[in-house]
Design a protein around this ligand. Structure first.
Ligand SMILES: [Zn+2]
Length: 307
């Protein structure tokens, strides 16, 4: 079964936290063992606010990706989901672009980023994160950026973004929205999770939601297990979202994993969990990777139409 994951912080852990390759939650070895075929690797802006140098950090992470010894797709994806293991790039924290459209073009050119989470947990040139408030909408640069991303089939990733920014992005972007690593607020009331209205809006435009494995976003407690992941999948499916569901592990960005899914080598455990809980095989294939694949290929199609 094709398995794909929409978010990990492995490159940041490797380059900036100096985690050794063998100790990564999403090393090549563990991803292969878990049967993962496509891993999204985030170029994470860094967590030190304005004192940080997000653009330089991202450039360093592209370089350090070579240490993983994984082949990255930096151009068009193949026609059919690939076997073996491959990586793709995303940006986490739009401050990486430093308020310049040229930076978007540069990252698009050099490593074909597929999605950009507009903010991390700090305000930037684009907008305001959910950690700060609910009410401040996107800034003018954010709206200009979304139009440029639309042309290139690059998705706005709303994980970390606040509610007003979410709705601005929903109205501005012609592409559907992606939440690469977020869960349902109704089940775990963290600012990082999506309200019912947000989930329904993503479903309506055939977007994508990658369920995050971080226990605190699953349960609001420090511990969680596979059944907690299942609860969030069940909930989103119950709103009509079976076709937008996927996996957004957040591996190497979370200090504690859920029981039964300690690292990427355990990803295959989710297949049995879903099948034994009544999910049809086609739906399981969608959640495990095909829904992410579908939206990535849609983005490429739109990019070609606009070329
Ligand atoms: Zn994140």
């Amino acid at each position: 079964m094709f398995i794909a994951d929409s978010h990990c912080d492995t490159l940041y852990a490797l380059e900036f936290e100096k985690v050794r390759v063998n100790d990564l939650m999403s090393s090549k070895e563990k991803l292969l063992k878990g049967g993962v075929n496509l891993q999204t690797f985030a170029l994470f802006a860094g967590s030190r606010d304005f004192k940080d140098t997000p653009y330089e950090n991202a450039v360093r992470m592209i370089e350090c990706a070579k240490k993983l010894d994984i082949e990255f797709f930096t151009g068009d994806l193949p026609d059919a989901p690939p076997s073996g293991l491959h990586g793709i790039f995303s940006i986490e924290g739009g401050q990486v672009l430093e308020g310049k459209i040229e930076r978007l073009l540069e990252f698009d050119e050099t490593c074909r980023i597929r999605m950009i989470s507009l903010t991390w947990n700090y305000e930037n040139e684009i907008g305001t994160p959910a950690q700060i408030d609910k009410t401040t909408g996107l800034k003018p640069f954010g709206k200009t950026l979304l139009q440029e991303m639309d042309k290139r089939g690059i998705y706005a990733d709303v994980s970390h973004l606040n509610e007003a920014g979410f709705w601005d992005a929903y109205e501005t972007a012609s592409l559907p929205l992606i939440a690469s690593h977020s869960n349902a607020y109704d089940l775990a009331d963290s600012y990082r999770n999506l309200t019912k209205a947000q989930i329904e809006a993503i479903i309506k435009k055939n977007g994508y939601i990658g369920v995050n494995f971080y226990p605190y976003f699953l349960t609001r407690r420090a511990d969680a297990d596979l059944n907690d992941i299942l609860r969030h999948i069940d909930y989103i499916a119950s709103l009509g979202g079976i076709h937008v569901l996927g996996l957004g592990s957040d591996f190497d960005g979370i200090e504690v994993p859920p029981k039964g899914l300690e690292d990427a080598s355990k990803m295959g455990n989710l297949i049995g969990l879903l099948l034994s809980n009544g999910y049809k095989e086609d739906d399981v294939k969608g959640i495990m990777g095909m829904n992410l694949w579908r939206i990535l290929k849609d983005g490429e199609r739109i990019r070609k139409q606009n070329a």
